[in-house]
Design a protein around this ligand. Sequence first.
Ligand SMILES: CC(C)(COP(=O)(O)OP(=O)(O)OC[C@H]1O[C@@H](n2cnc3c(N)ncnc32)[C@H](O)[C@@H]1OP(=O)(O)O)[C@@H](O)C(=O)NCCC(=O)NCCS
Length: 214
Amino acid sequence: MSLDLVVVGCGGHGREIAQIVAAVNESAARPPWRLAGFVDDDPSESNRKRAEACGAPFLGTLAALGQLPPETHVVIGVGDPRVRQKVAARIDTYRRPAASLVHPDATVGPDLVSAEGLVVFAGGRITTNVTAGRHLHVNQNATLAHDCVVGDYVSLHPLAAVSGDCRLGTAALIGAGAVVLQGLRVGAGATVGAGACVVRDVPARTVVKGVPAR
Ligand SMILES: CC(C)(COP(=O)(O)OP(=O)(O)OC[C@H]1O[C@@H](n2cnc3c(N)ncnc32)[C@H](O)[C@@H]1OP(=O)(O)O)[C@@H](O)C(=O)NCCC(=O)NCCS
């Protein structure tokens, strides 16, 4: 039997995740999920319509989660790690389990140790001996290499490449197309700009950009 799944967020990231749900279902002999709908505290009219065009209703604000059966799963469709962290804190109050979703065109090492809420988009790659916290999002064609340890709410944006043995702190954001060289640390709440090449550790809550990243 399929499990009901609600996407939190009607924006582009949430709707991309709805596509992952569809792809996962299509690739399975028995579809694991039924997309039950979207919730969002303040969706624009256009995003709300686009979400409903994904084939599932708009259910209301996050408070609607409290009315759903307790076995209803959630996935956070919010790309920004810091916002995802805040949304997760709210969802936790409703005690709904978080789904983990791996697109059928992604690869994840069998020895991955991940907390709930992992989302790996098409072309995402997680190799071997990676440990990940809650609600890690690895976007399209991003890679997370061997022996990395990743905190909660981290985002790798499309085409980001994190080399082996790196440490990424809570809610770190690795921008689109950025590279983090092997063995480096990116601190909690830090942002690596799109296209950057990180060649030394990045302190917590700082923004670095460029090649080499500064
Ligand atoms: C680095 C980043 C965080 C800076 O954001 P910001 O502080 O709002 O930056 P601004 O847009 O105000 O730009 C400030 C300056 O940095 C430059 N800049 C912005 N992003 C840059 C980047 N990624 N690399 C190099 N320079 C960049 C701007 O050209 C501007 O330069 P100027 O002062 O000489 O005009 C942001 O641009 C970024 O790259 N975020 C990652 C986004 C991402 O991956 N998006 C994909 C979503 S799927």
